[in-house]
Ligand binder design. Structure first.
Ligand code: NAP
Length: 331
């Protein structure tokens, strides 16, 4: 093994701007964690865009190698929990935030962040899913816990062409739900239908004509990836005992709503945090993905190399992401 490995590294320049370079970095950039992993694939999530553009709420210090997802093979495990060559997945925790991430050919993580690769999935498939698919599956699991069933009625997915959104449309449809995909990209209607959406509406049409404390209850459930005024518009439009799994803040971190949907309609707002899910629940979600998510359509993802990442990051930060983007390292 060489003393260095190839990585997409982001640095802070003297003028306060941030720039990236693809370079050989020494293994000493990796933290002193238990398990060394050779990364075969990573994937691109919105948070990677934030880390790669210098968002200090995500990554405190630079130079830094982003990538909140990684799938690869164990090289060495000081705890003895994993065998050399074992195929594993890491999503979330601190990976790619302040722990050197999957945009490098190697990572070093604590053993208790690691999920063994589920038997039906390849490393590539696990990263087509990645944090986005894991988050969507977490949302679906929370909705099921609230007894939202396919016969309950329509389930709305906002930010439907994005990573989490496209995975949520696909998973819900596979499980038999009737999905209304909400998007700003009506030119992607055919793709959303291919993923299983029964109806595709423009995001402007999600807003009721007149905002009220309670609007007509028309949706049984939702997976909201956008937040802000879109989530505010959804809450009063939920049916009796409806539920919204919310995970994103693309529009805003603030939420202005009122109590009536909750106390007069029994609506539930379910929080999703895919980062620090406890391991037993994490494994259950991967079990569900193992059973359902192996055939995400090829039209809805692309595989890129390190030197294509800059363009992809620009796209995701501009809200132009469509489906999933997987990063393939040379192995
Ligand atoms: N809580 C968690 O555990 C967790 C996990 C993963 C992600 N997240 C969060 O979930 C959100 C989505 O993540 P992602 O990786 O799926 O991002 P993404 O791939 O960039 O998708 C976001 C989608 O939001 C829509 N959108 C963009 N700008 C918008 C605007 N101004 N108004 C309304 N919709 C807009 C777009 O879809 P359309 O054009 O189709 O509308 C876009 O494709 C982010 O806030 C991310 O941080 C949270």
């Amino acid at each position: 093994m060489n003393n260095t490995f190839k990585a997409y590294q982001v640095k802070e320049n003297n003028d306060g701007s941030f720039s990236s370079e693809i370079k050989q970095v020494p293994f000493s950039v990796l933290p002193n964690n238990e398990v060394l992993i050779k990364v075969h694939y990573s994937s691109l999530n919105y948070k990677d865009g934030l880390s790669a553009s210098g968002n200090k709420g995500v990554t405190k210090s630079y130079p830094f190698i982003p990538g909140i997802d990684a799938a690869g093979e164990v090289v060495e495990d000081k705890t003895g929990s994993f065998k050399e060559g074992e195929k594993v997945i890491i999503t979330g925790y601190d990976l790619g935030m302040n722990t050197s991430g999957g945009f490098g050919e190697y990572i070093k993580v604590p053993a208790d962040w690691i999920v063994p690769l589920p038997e039906n999935l390849s490393l590539l498939q696990s990263m087509i899913i990645g944090t986005a698919g894991y988050t969507a599956a977490y949302g679906v699991t929370r909705l099921k816990r609230e007894l939202i069933k396919p016969e309950s009625g329509s389930v709305v997915v906002t930010g439907a062409t994005g990573g989490v959104g496209s995975m949520a449309v696909y998973l819900l449809a596979k499980l038999g739900y009737s999905v209304i995909a909400v998007t700003g990209k009506m030119d992607q209607k055919a793709l959303l239908e291919l993923l299983g959406a029964e109806k595709v509406i423009h995001r402007d049409d999600l807003y009721p004509e007149k905002k009220a404390l309670l609007n007509s209850g028309i949706y049984s459930a939702a997976i909201d990836t956008v937040g802000g005024k879109m989530l505010e518009a959804l809450i009063p439009q939920m049916e009796q005992d409806g539920a919204i799994a919310c995970c994103g803040n693309i529009l805003d971190h603030e939420l202005n709503t009122n109590i009536y949907p909750f106390i007069l309609r029994g609506v539930s707002l379910l929080g999703i945090d895919s980062g620090i899910t406890k391991m037993p629940f994490r494994l259950k979600i991967w079990e569900m993905l193992n059973e359902t998510a192996g055939d995400f359509p090829k039209e809805a993802y692309s595989v890129v190399s390190l030197d294509e990442l800059d363009d992809e990051i620009e796209k995701i930060l501009a809200g132009k992401q469509v489906g999933r983007t997987v990063l393939r390292h040379e192995v």
